[in-house]
Design a protein around this ligand. Structure first.
Ligand code: PLP
Length: 361
């Protein structure tokens, strides 16, 4: 890998080396077009194929049923915090939110601008170290949708079950866990994810939405935020994030070639288990999240001594293991081990952790 480091950043994060190479080699001349995909009209023939293949391959990877639209949008997951209530608060103007971290809280707060929004459960009381249980009884029967955050990137937790919302559409932020493990798309009304954690470069957000939920936005909703505009135009109403879609498409092809999401899940489970098992057996490190709610993507841990945490991050960096600092709001360490983090990266980190423990414990 030359001088490349193992980048444990929560996002933007590592991309597969194969994709970096293939996209770099096409930078001056994409398949005989004489130009880079960055310079190409999104209405051109080669680009039409790029975006179509990206959608087809994502559908294959996630087994997305035909009655769902797949949209490639801009504005990050953050713009979806507004788009979701603007499109889905239709009948009663009510929605229920499960608040399991700062992103979930931001999604909730944004939605309160547009309707009657209720927090049905929150783990803020324990600094978001666990996922509260919710059942159908907690949900208002006239809610237009229920919103959850599948993986809490900052706190290192993930919802270990699909909440049962009955007939009420379940909406989930999968920004840091999309394509990391097999999910049943048909259980959700809407799935969304910013690309820069587990898919590709920043600048694209994927929305997977059940067709029956599209086209219900009131006329006052800004054109760009109306899902119907994008669904009717194949994500090409205006200029799409063309380069990001191309790189993401390359990632999708690679994942399919490597055995799809099932193979990724197996590897992700092994990577996460190695770290958590070691941490659980160590006298220096403590994993922060409750065991049954632990994230497969973001492993958050501490030594219990803030100064020592800083030393850990600094010494790891010297060895080419970078961005291991926890989120600025909670400190400690966070190893983000998305699909593109190879097992060798995790093994190198483990080896470093062991030596660090021998030295300082
Ligand atoms: C990173 C992140 C976001 C914010 O994504 P942007 O693309 O920066 O808007 C939202 N939700 C979760 C769970 C995230 O990890």
């Amino acid at each position: 890998m030359g001088d490349r480091v193992y980048n444990f950043s929560a996002g933007p994060s590592m991309l597969p080396i194969e994709v970096l190479k293939s996209t770099a080699s096409s930078m001056l001349d994409y398949e005989g077009s004489g130009m880079s995909v960055m310079e190409m009209s999104h209405r051109s023939k080669p680009y039409e194929k790029i975006i179509k293949d990206a959608e087809t391959n994502l559908r294959k990877l996630m087994d997305i049923p035909d009655d769902y639209d797949v949209l490639f949008l801009q504005g990050g997951a953050t713009l979806q915090f507004s788009a979701i209530p603007l499109n889905l608060l239709t009948s009663g103007g009510k929605a229920d939110y499960l608040v399991t971290g700062s992103w979930a809280d931001k999604a909730y707060k944004e939605a309160t601008k547009f309707g009657d929004i209720k927090v049905i459960a929150s783990s803020k009381d324990a600094n978001y170290t666990y996922i509260p249980k919710v059942s159908k009884e907690d949900i208002r029967p006239d809610a237009d949708y229920v919103h959850v955050t599948n993986n809490n990137t900052i706190y290192g937790t993930r919802i270990p079950y699909v909440p049962d919302t009955g007939d009420i559409p379940l909406v989930s932020d999968f920004s840091s866990s999309i394509l990391s493990e097999k999910i049943d798309v048909s259980k959700y009304g809407l799935i969304y994810a910013g690309a820069q954690k587990n898919i590709g470069p920043a600048g694209m957000t994927i929305v997977i939405i059940k067709k029956e939920l599209v086209g219900k936005a009131p006329a006052s909703v800004p054109t760009y935020l109306d899902y119907k505009i994008h669904a009717d135009n194949g994500s090409m109403y205006n200029t799409p994030p063309a380069w990001c879609i191309y790189v993401a498409g390359e990632v999708f092809k690679l994942l399919l070639a490597k055995g799809g999401v099932e193979a990724m899940e197996k590897l992700n489970r092994e990577k996460a288990a190695k770290l958590y098992d070691y941490i659980d057996g160590s006298s220096l490190y403590t994993a922060v999240a409750r065991e049954e709610d632990r994230s497969l993507m973001n492993v958050v841990f501490i030594t219990g001594n803030e100064e020592l945490d800083k030393t850990f991050v600094a010494e790891a960096k010297e060895e080419g293991l970078v961005q291991l600092n926890g989120h600025r709001s909670i400190g400690g360490m966070r190893a983000s081990i998305y699909n593109a983090m190879p097992m060798e990266g995790v093994d190198k980190l483990l080896d470093f952790m062991k030596r660090f423990e021998e030295k300082y414990d």
